[in-house]
Design a protein around this ligand. Structure first.
Ligand code: XLS
Ligand code: NI
Ligand code: NI
Length: 439
């Protein structure tokens, strides 16, 4: 078969001393950390849209990426080439999973029928390639935001025909995800949100969004799709206000409509920071509520206020993310999907390799640090100690629900003396974290 990335051989683990930029220094797939191999902890995934379909367009300029299919003009031929190239890429990068939107795979047709036909042809190629290589589908989804028909939303469009059209696309995307053995299915809110309340019936839009999710759940049951449904929160962009703002808002929405049994979260780092949270906050909030399903592994830029979708290189962030993921007992059936794109100026194919290597090494390093930190118990013991007053006496009675305001008032009046507090020791703990990251 034609080789699309001849300039790169299979990327191998060479250890921390290696200066080879096309080698892993920390990601050693077979190395066991705690109870699992790194491969099984991290469950890396390639995002088809950024890595294969993305051309580097931005608001000010056209596509900049140099890709092996540049000389082709037939869009279906390009789609076929991309399918083959994606598996070569995953093989060379040792990435076991991938994710896609329906129309990342093939161009949209003039009609829905034609779109289905285009996508089906590529799905058949991908199915073969999966069987040959053992690569797996982490999740599928439908792109319900790119085409102008979705300008006012999909499931939350004021136009019922758009709702119906979106349903047809999700139905097909679910069929495909099932056919390819996808382990999850993602709903990212696309344009489900609003620009101004002056033209928006928020109640109807939210009711309709819930109806849409109900239909998806029902259809999945009907076809026997047993993958995990995930919602990917994001506070803004493309709309001014996205309904799936953050994990807390999505949970409230799911509970309001009785949908909470069916969905977990796909937490994206850059979406967390856009919501004014840290990545770790969103992971923690999802984890303690039992809904940490999967992760879109990327990072934003502190100085830019939008979803820059950069490859994750910040070791602090990956360490604290892996800390939450380990405490979650892992992510499976979710994984770490690189919803990240190379900068527009990193236009050569080899940049795709550098980018994924940097992300994989950053998470592998974070995994090892987080594991050591958890094994030592230094942080967890400190936290346990900090809340020890709830383990006995009045604290225990508060937790067990034995006391109310009256009993608590009596307790305070009986023990009427200044309360002794202890320091939160934030700086000491930050230094402990540094010690683990650096040693
Ligand atoms: C966009 C989202 C998108 C989803 C998949 O901001 O991150 O890429 O992950 O639709
Ligand atoms: Ni994403
Ligand atoms: Ni994003």
């Amino acid at each position: 078969m034609k080789e699309f990335f001849p300039e790169v051989k299979k990327v191998q683990f060479e250890g921390a001393k290696s200066k080879n930029p096309l080698a892993f220094r920390y990601y050693n797939p077979d190395e066991v950390v705690g109870d699992k191999t790194m491969r099984d902890h991290l469950r890396f995934s390639m995002a088809y849209w950024h890595t294969m379909t993305g051309g580097g367009r931005d608001m000010f300029g056209s596509e900049s990426m140099v890709r092996p299919w540049d000389e082709l003009t037939d869009p279906m031929e390009v789609a076929r080439m991309r399918a083959y190239a994606s598996f070569e890429f995953m093989e060379k990068m040792q990435i076991p999973y991938f994710c896609f939107h329906d129309i990342d795979l093939a161009p949209e047709g003039k009609t829905l029928r034609e779109t289905f036909k285009n996508v089906d042809e590529i799905v058949a190629i991908i199915k073969d390639l999966m069987a040959q290589t053992g690569k797996k589908l982490l999740w599928g989804t439908a792109n319900l935001f790119g085409h102008p028909r979705f300008m006012h939303g999909a499931a939350t469009s004021p136009n019922a025909d758009v709702f119906a059209y979106a349903a047809a696309r999700v139905k097909r995307a679910l069929d495909i995800t099932k056919e390819l053995g996808g382990e999850n299915y993602v709903f990212w809110g696309g344009r489900e949100g609003y620009e101004t309340l002056l033209n928006t019936d928020m109640k109807l839009e939210l009711d309709n969004l819930a109806r849409f999710f109900e239909m998806a759940v029902e259809y999945a049951q009907e076809i026997g799709f047993t993958g995990q449904f995930l919602i990917e929160p994001k506070p803004k962009e493309p709309t001014k206000h996205q309904y799936d703002f953050d994990t807390a808002s999505v949970l409230a929405f799911l509970h309001t409509y009785g949908l909470e049994k069916h969905f977990k979260m796909n937490i994206e780092a850059n979406h967390a920071t856009l919501a004014g949270h840290t990545f770790q906050h969103e992971l923690r909030y999802a984890r303690i509520n039992g809904v940490l399903g999967s992760v879109d592994a990327n990072q934003g830029d502190e100085l830019l206020g939008w979803d820059t979708d950069q490859f994750p290189t910040n070791i602090y962030t990956t360490t604290l993310a892996m800390y939450e993921i380990l405490l979650n007992g892992g992510l499976a059936p979710g994984g770490l999907n690189f919803d990240a794109k190379v900068r527009r100026g990193s236009f050569e194919p080899v940049d795709l390799f550098h980018a994924h290597i940097s992300g994989m090494d950053a998470f592998a390093y974070g995994l090892k640090v987080a594991h050591r930190l958890l094994e030592s118990g230094e942080i967890e013991n400190f936290i346990a100690e900090r809340y020890a007053s709830y383990q006995e006496g009045i604290g225990k009675q508060i937790v067990s629900g034995e006391v109310g305001f009256k009993e608590l008032t009596e307790y305070v009046l009986e023990n009427d003396r200044p309360i002794a507090l202890t320091s939160g020791r934030q700086e000491m703990l930050e230094n402990i974290l540094n010690r683990y990251i650096l040693d």
